[in-house]
Design a binder for this molecule. Structure first.
Ligand code: SF4
Ligand SMILES: [Zn+2]
Length: 139
């Protein structure tokens, strides 16, 4: 079990994403999602996430969506998002990851789990107007 530390979980780097360029809110979400994907890969694929092409794709996609999130630093958790910008196939994959890793996060990554819980208590913003959401169609 990991200590309750704010250090990023191991294997926290998604391909092609400079998470340090994001603000603090999205950095938290980034580390949480990356940790959950790594946990799901270890338990369900029996691999290190860095060696799993399928999960590498999901990691990069999740990081891309986060970097382009229309709510920017005011984002809700993706579970509560009124837009949900993921493609249907990627949404199905990330839902499977959340279902598996969500209940285990408190044991393995308590700091990130608690921060995510607190972020989930923030009020959910209204969905942006259509003109803004149409920019999301590219990914
Ligand atoms: S638009 Fe919604 S689903 Fe997409 S990254 Fe932002 S909060 Fe998550
Ligand atoms: Zn995997």
């Amino acid at each position: 079990m990991e200590k309750a530390t704010s250090d990023p979980p191991r294997s926290a780097g998604a391909p092609g994403c400079d998470w340090r360029a994001l603000g603090p809110r999205r950095q938290r979400e980034y580390h949480t999602v990356q940790a959950m994907i790594a946990m799901h890969c270890r338990d369900r694929h029996g691999r290190q996430v860095d060696d799993c092409a399928d999960c590498q794709e999901l990691r990069a996609y999740a990081a891309l969506r986060l970097s382009r999130c229309v709510f920017k630093e005011g984002k809700p958790t993706c579970q509560k998002c009124p837009v949900h910008c993921y493609r249907p196939d990627m949404r199905a994959k990330i839902t499977a990851v959340m279902r598996h890793a969500g209940p285990r996060m408190l044991l393995e990554h308590p700091y990130w789990a608690l921060r995510h819980l607190l972020d989930g208590w923030s009020p959910t913003p209204e969905a942006p107007r259509r003109r803004e959401t149409s920019r999301l169609d590219g990914g």
